[in-house]
Design a binder for this molecule. Structure first.
Ligand code: SF4
Length: 707
């Protein structure tokens, strides 16, 4: 057995793992790493048992080229020559999705290729679909889009407020750390969620608000804090700006008004605000310790057409109470994929260079000096806009790396129609997934277990990923494929091809660190010697930073942004579609399921989409627990199995967005977007539910067919 230390490839918690590899170069089992500060010796079911996808027989092993309508095996040179020629042809109408599952090094090289060789900033990644409103709001108000605290702060907090997230399913090791804090240290818990999640069992206060009412909830909490005089006046005076304008907006409303909008008891809303602002001193905390609160949120906050406003309302609350910048408090948008933090840090976003450096002369010049060419200062298209812009021909060729937009985009029938209009589509991935099936060229990429690199987790910890097994088939690391394509195009666009002659991932990381001020002190030597290190780490001797904003914010003062509760959602219910569909994740599957559907043990656990429906609605529709059901929206339908539960509110359904048995939630969701971040409104769409046998009877009787 060979033992190789690496990092879990699933969620943004970033647990340390050891891959045990047998003589046939297969991963036999996975161990935890007790000394890893992020996971503290824990792993969830996906990290422990979910790596068999690496050797799944569905792995792509050679490049594929579409000939006469069919994807056929091809040699690397032929495929790369074709890709390079076509990308050059469509250079003015090109867009690229990077992968939040790939390494920082893969991401850095990809954005360099898009910017330097393709001459555009049209590069983005899946943060657009999960936390772009959080990043947008945090950049405006604080100057950084990252989680401010460490996971250890959840265990040092006196109060944790969980908003629109379900860490028990989606970030299980973080949830374990929170449970440990609550059970053994006395930490208080507030849950804000339209759905009763498993953590509610431990909650002191559960605010089960109506979907789309987050601004009302957090403005109401702020008003309660002000009414009780529990704001941190010294923090507001010395560390923030914009307070008066924000205060005027808050004074337009009352706690009772906000509670009525959100469908809550005003006393509960008030109590939640006071607990967050003034959490109790716990028995273990010394006399000079200031009790703190952690504000933790997920996609229930962000995936709305008012997602950025929701995030603003949360951040205003943290600024009002001074709950940042010391141990035991902070603001945490829990990141979804393993390297979604790193993919953004590495520059795979359309509005900034690596390190979130805006397109200004002073920040862009070091890149131009090192890369030897002028770069575009124009904002690129965001991922959702790239897809919509296919319709008008502004995007004609796309390079999709490690993403499957034809499962993750909203309104999949619409998205598929658009992707079919592309003149040239290249997909680079492990499997021939839904998007790859439409591609002109498919390039086989290595998994995390077949390459070296780094991932950056949700607490900004940069950790090593190490090659444990040889590349499967002819697959290659993403960064190496991108470099091959780049070198073929460079001579045609007057770029020195040596810009893509890297000796390996360590050299790429060194270039990224040199160009990114908050990573400058990091190197493979340090990461190998010391383990993961949290950025900012601005110079080689720097120990890393467990929590941000101790003295100041990156933008100087924290900024209050007034927000008012607007329309709850773009789409409303009616007699035909009377229920609201909420989407999310479950423990046993990961996002669209492209990987977890190829892990037998996980598929055995959940092989059909569970459709959570309230008992009242189930009874009205004649549905019993376990019945096969169909859910329909104005755009599409899905089949699943009824899970009758009062965890959802009357009038609401919940389904995970994994694709199982050819059904997926995103056939139903709506392609409407938050104006600032351009995130789709995944959390609200109007639907109805029917028992499947009833549906079959209607079709047999020739009754009118609906979408
Ligand atoms: Fe992997 Fe996340 Fe589970 Fe940790 S909590 S083992 S990072 S999926």
């Amino acid at each position: 057995m060979k033992r190789v230390a690496s990092t879990c490839p699933y969620c943004g918690v970033g647990c340390g793992i050891v891959l045990n590899v047998d003589e046939a170069d297969r991963i036999s089992w996975v161990d935890d790493v007790p000394e890893n500060p992020s996971s503290d010796g824990m792993l969830c079911v996906k990290g422990r048992f979910g790596t068999t996808f690496v050797n799944h027989p569905d792995r792509l092993t050679t490049p594929l080229i579409r000939r006469n309508g069919n994807l056929e095996p091809a040699g690397w040179d032929e495929a790369l020559d074709l890709v390079a020629a076509k990308f050059l042809e469509f250079r003015g109408a090109f867009g690229s999705f990077a992968s939040a599952k790939a390494t920082n090094e893969d991401a850095f090289v990809q954005q360099k290729f898009v910017r330097l060789v393709m001459g555009t900033n049209n590069v983005d990644h899946c943060t657009r679909l999960c936390h772009s409103p959080s990043v947008e709001a945090m950049l405006q108000q604080l100057g950084s889009g990252a989680t401010s605290n460490s996971y250890s702060d959840y265990e040092d907090a006196s109060c944790i407020v969980l908003v629109g997230c379900d860490p028990g399913s989606n970030h299980p090791v973080v949830a374990s750390r929170m449970r440990r804090a609550i059970d053994s240290r006395g930490t208080r818990l507030v849950v804000v969620n339209p759905r009763r999640i498993e953590m509610c069992e431990r909650a002191d206060i559960f605010l089960q608000n109506h979907p789309g009412t987050d601004v009302a909830v957090f403005n109401g909490m702020a008003r309660a804090i002000l009414d009780a005089g529990l704001q941190d006046g010294a923090f507001v005076a010395s560390r923030t700006e914009g307070f008066d304008a924000w205060l005027a907006a808050i004074r337009e409303t009352t706690v009772e008004d906000c509670a009525a909008i959100a469908g809550l008891d005003a006393a509960d809303l008030r109590a939640a605000g006071l607990l967050y602002a003034d959490p109790p001193r716990l028995a273990w905390q010394p006399a000079d310790w200031r009790p703190g609160s952690c504000l933790v949120w997920g996609m229930g906050v962000t995936q709305h057409t008012n997602g950025t406003d929701n995030a603003h309302s949360l951040l205003n609350l943290a600024l009002l109470t001074g709950q940042v910048g010391r141990p035991g408090c902070g603001v945490s948008p829990l990141r979804g994929q393993n390297n979604v933090q790193g993919c953004g840090d590495a520059g795979c976003v359309p509005d900034s260079l690596p390190g979130y450096q805006r397109y200004e002369d002073a920040t862009i010049r070091p890149f131009e000096d090192l890369w030897g060419a002028e770069l575009s200062r124009d904002q690129g298209l965001k991922a959702t806009d790239m897809v919509e812009q296919i319709a008008v021909g502004a995007i004609r060729a796309m390079y999709i790396v490690g993403e499957n937009p034809l499962l993750s985009e909203p309104n999949l029938h619409h998205a598929t129609d658009l992707f079919r209009k592309l003149d040239f589509l290249v997909v680079q991935d492990l499997f021939l997934h839904e998007t790859a099936e439409l591609a002109d060229v498919v390039l086989p990429a290595c998994s995390f277990a077949e390459k070296d690199g780094t991932f950056t987790n949700s607490e900004r910890r940069v950790q090593r990923v190490r090659q444990a097994i040889p590349a499967v088939g002819e697959s290659r690391p993403d960064w190496a494929i991108v470099c091959e394509i780049a070198r073929r195009i460079c001579p045609n666009v007057e770029i020195d091809p040596r810009q893509f002659d890297y000796e390996g991932p360590a050299a790429i990381f060194a270039e990224m660190a040199r160009l990114t001020p908050f990573l400058r002190g990091l190197s493979y030597e340090r990461l190998d010697a010391e383990g993961g290190i949290q950025w900012p780490c601005p110079e080689p001797g720097h120990p890393g930073t467990p929590y941000l904003y101790a003295e100041s914010f990156p933008r100087g003062l924290g900024k209050f942004v007034p927000v008012r509760q607007g329309a709850l959602a773009d789409e409303e219910t009616d007699a035909e579609y009377p229920l609201i569909l909420n989407t999310g994740r479950i423990l046993y599957h990961w996002h669209g399921g492209t990987i977890t559907r190829r892990v037998e043990g996980l598929l055995d656990r959940v092989g059909v989409i569970p459709v959570a429906v309230h008992p009242n609605d189930a009874e009205s529709a004649g549905i019993a627990d376990g019945d096969p059901v169909m859910v329909m929206s104005r755009r599409g339908r899905l089949s699943g199995e009824a899970l009758v539960t009062d965890a959802v509110q009357p009038g609401a359904l919940f389904v995970p967005f994994v694709k199982l048995q050819d059904s997926a939630a995103n056939f139903l969701t709506n392609n409407v977007y938050d104006p600032e971040s351009r995130i789709p409104e995944y959390k609200v769409c109007a639907v109805r539910i029917e028992k499947k046998r009833e549906r079959k009877r209607m079709e047999a009787a020739g009754e009118p067919s609906r979408p």
